[in-house]
Design a protein around this ligand. Structure first.
Ligand SMILES: *[C@@H]1O[C@H](CO)[C@@H](O)[C@H](O)[C@H]1NC(C)=O
Ligand SMILES: *[C@@H]1O[C@H](CO)[C@@H](O)[C@H](O)[C@H]1NC(C)=O
Ligand SMILES: *[C@@H]1O[C@H](CO)[C@@H](O)[C@H](O)[C@H]1NC(C)=O
Ligand SMILES: *[C@@H]1O[C@H](CO)[C@@H](O)[C@H](O)[C@H]1NC(C)=O
Length: 219
């Protein structure tokens, strides 16, 4: 009778480790980055902080100041929340970055010019413009073929300007509007620079033209 019992013990302890894993996973901190008066703070928060409450974030999260020049291309696993007040700071933080689950909160009444923010691998976007309009938060799910192979994504964004196959262009002027978030996706785009002349700046990035992209416009 001894061997079966040992098996049971083994199974129980394996289940225990599994449960512990699930538990700690659920507790994972989320990243909050905010820009305010030329300062960038990068925080790790265990709780949800009310949007644009800078002092609460400084109090509740573990934050460090990031020098603007030190901001390099990076990628974010899990949620990323950014509180911003103008397009240039947001562009420096996020343009051509890989983020799957993003929340953007505009924390000023500034009017933003039409300018596109390029985000790689985006699957869920939430926006909050409460500082400008009294509207509830909006959310958009981007269903793309990318959902099925999301595990592979970080592989093609190792360092620096790596190609990204699922690219979303976010029109910054959408933060001025009171209409709801909309998006459309185009599959099998082989050359972004040729198909969308407005995005000719793609010519300066190493995007292999033999690959095809899924391009999503969010407006
Ligand atoms: C913010 O912190 C996270 C986790 O420490 C890091 O991965 C990310 O690159 C940082 N972002 C910036 C802009 O410093
Ligand atoms: C999680 O966030 C809390 C503050 O909310 C902080 O004290 C802690 O160091 C963070 N943990 C990690 C792993 O960053
Ligand atoms: C993102 O980068 C492109 C190319 O450099 C630029 O044209 C665009 O204005 C940038 N967007 C933002 C929001 O900074
Ligand atoms: C994209 O290309 C694949 C393979 O060539 C094809 O099966 C698919 O139907 C195409 N999708 C669209 C939307 O054209």
């Amino acid at each position: 009778m001894a061997p079966p019992r040992r098996h049971c013990l083994l199974l129980i302890s394996a289940l225990g480790v599994f449960a512990l894993n699930c538990f700690t996973k659920g507790q994972e901190n989320s990243t909050l980055i905010f820009t305010k008066e030329n300062t960038i703070r990068n925080c790790s928060c265990s709780a949800d902080i009310r949007d644009c409450d800078y002092s609460l974030a400084n109090l509740m999260c573990s934050c460090k100041t990031v020098l603007p020049l030190a901001v390099g291309r990076t990628s974010y696993n899990g949620h990323l929340t950014i509180w911003f007040t103008d397009t240039s700071a947001l562009g420096r933080l996020l343009n051509f970055t890989l983020v799957q689950d993003l929340k953007l909160s505009l924390c000023s009444a500034n009017t933003l010019p039409t300018e596109y923010l390029a985000i790689c691998g985006l699957q869920r976007l939430r926006i909050n413009t409460e500082a400008k309009h009294p509207f509830p938060e909006q959310s958009l799910l981007i269903h793309s073929a990318g959902d099925s192979d999301s595990r592979e994504k970080p592989m093609w964004l190792h360092k620096g300007w790596q190609p990204c196959m699922y690219i979303s262009f976010l029109d910054m002027a959408l933060f001025n509007r009171d209409s709801s978030l909309k998006s459309y996706s185009i599959e099998n785009v082989t050359s972004i620079a040729n198909n969308f002349p407005d995005f000719s700046y793609f010519k300066t990035f190493p995007m292999p033209s033999h690959k095809s992209y899924v391009v999503t416009f969010i407006y």
